[in-house]
Design a protein around this ligand. Structure first.
Ligand SMILES: CC(C)(COP(=O)(O)OP(=O)(O)OC[C@H]1O[C@@H](n2cnc3c(N)ncnc32)[C@H](O)[C@@H]1OP(=O)(O)O)[C@@H](O)C(=O)NCCC(=O)NCCS
Length: 204
């Protein structure tokens, strides 16, 4: 990682919600699992933007830390111990907003979310809710840079980290950062989602 990259990774503010939602929507445009939940031709990118706006506003900016970089070309949404789950009252209040994202597939999306939560790490941990880099900036170390502060903090504080990888390629990156596969999740014929945990100091 270059010094420039380290310097360009900083905490984002809530004022950046709109641009970071667009960044994450662009990053996840070809994501296998979100693509299965939001098939192409259904205004997927706009739906993804709305989805990440909810995640940013009601999870990451409220109860977690959002890391971003120069030009908002990437973002990592990191949740501290005890804050990995959308509070039920917020989930209920955001029901209509989720409905506008998933449309008729809302029950499937809700079942998928419930299955993820059922299998979620139960020990105190940092949860990487989402990390994404705009396609034109991928493969240059930004994703690694955006995760670095949280993984370093986990190492310092002796805490595990946890995430769900939605492609083999992203899982390979997380393996290099010290994450191990916990289990694979598939539901209703979905593409696989790999649940991964990282012990403190586990980096190879
Ligand atoms: C995964 C992601 C955040 C990594 O950021 P990055 O800046 O590209 O990552 P780095 O440059 O630090 O590391 C490169 C590694 O990231 C992974 N990666 C790169 N592009 C990727 C992509 N389009 N999809 C999935 N993983 C990718 C690969 O493991 C790559 O290593 P490789 O080139 O040897 O295959 C970014 O590529 C991305 O936003 N991908 C699409 C959305 C996504 O899959 N997010 C994670 C969901 S769990």
């Amino acid at each position: 990682m270059t010094v420039d990259m380290q310097e360009s990774c900083r905490r984002a503010t809530a004022a950046q919600e709109g641009e970071l939602a667009r960044t994450l929507a662009a990053a996840f445009a070809d994501d296998p699992v979100l693509g299965w939940l939001l098939p192409a031709g259904s205004g997927r990118e706009e739906r993804l933007r709305r989805f990440f706006k909810i995640e940013l506003r009601h999870m990451a900016f409220t109860r977690g830390t959002v890391w971003s970089c120069e030009g908002a070309s990437g973002a990592a949404l990191c949740m501290p111990p005890g804050a990995w789950q959308l509070p039920p009252a917020v989930a209920l209040a955001q029901g209509p907003a989720f409905g506008r994202v998933f449309g008729r597939r809302l029950p499937i999306a809700a079942a998928f979310q419930a299955a993820m939560e059922l299998r979620h790490e139960r020990r105190p941990h940092w949860y990487i809710l989402a990390v994404g880099v705009r396609p034109e900036h991928q493969g240059r170390g930004l994703g690694t840079t955006l995760l670095r502060p949280t993984l370093d903090r986990c190492d310092r504080e002796g805490l595990p980290a946890y995430l769900e990888a939605s492609s083999e390629r992203s899982a390979a990156l997380y393996e290099r950062l010290g994450f191990d596969h916990v289990r694979e999740l598939r539901l209703f014929g979905s593409p696989p989602l790999w649940l991964m945990a990282r012990a403190p100091g586990a980096e190879r």
